[in-house]
Write a new protein. Sequence first.
Length: 176
Amino acid sequence: MALRSDWSQRSCAMARGLDILGDPWSMLVLREVFFGNGRFDAMKNRLMVADSVLTKRLAGLVDAGLLERKPYDDGGRTRQEYVLTEKGEDALPVLNAVVIWAEKHLPAPSEQAHMFVIHTTCGQRTTSADSCTACGERLTAENTSWHSLTRTPEPVRLATAPAPSRDAFSQNGPAA
C-alpha cells in the first residue's frame, strides 16, 4: 500500500518493501494479527481506527499476500477473520526491528508503555530482530513472544500462518 505513490515497480528493494510495509496503519494491523487479534471489530477497537481506514489496510495486506481471509460463524452470520500467510509471517523481523529500535531510542510515555521481543525457546528478551541475542537461534513466529506491558502482564505467543492443507501441498508441493 503506497504512502504517496506506487513504488511497487521501483528497482530499489527498500522502496518496493515500503510500498507495502511503510504505512503505519498496515504495520499496526500486522501487529494485531501477530497478537492473534484477526477479527475486524476486535482490531478496530484495539487500534481505535475508522472503519474505512481499517478496511483499506486489510484489503491492501490481503492483495499483497500478507494476510488472507478465513470465514467464521459468529452465531448468526458468516464473517471474515484475517490470518497471516507465510509471506506475512516473514515480515516478523521488520516488526521486531521497529519494536527494538523504539525501545532503545524513544522514551515511553509511561512505565507500562513498553514492548519487548522474547525468544520463547530460551525465555530471554532479545535485542536483535531476527535472532536471539542470548542463544543465537533464529526468531520465528513459532518461537517468539511479544510482551506488551499495556496489553498483558505475561508475554503473548505470536500467531503463525496456518499450515498448508494436505490437499494444497499435494497440488502445489514438490513432486515425490
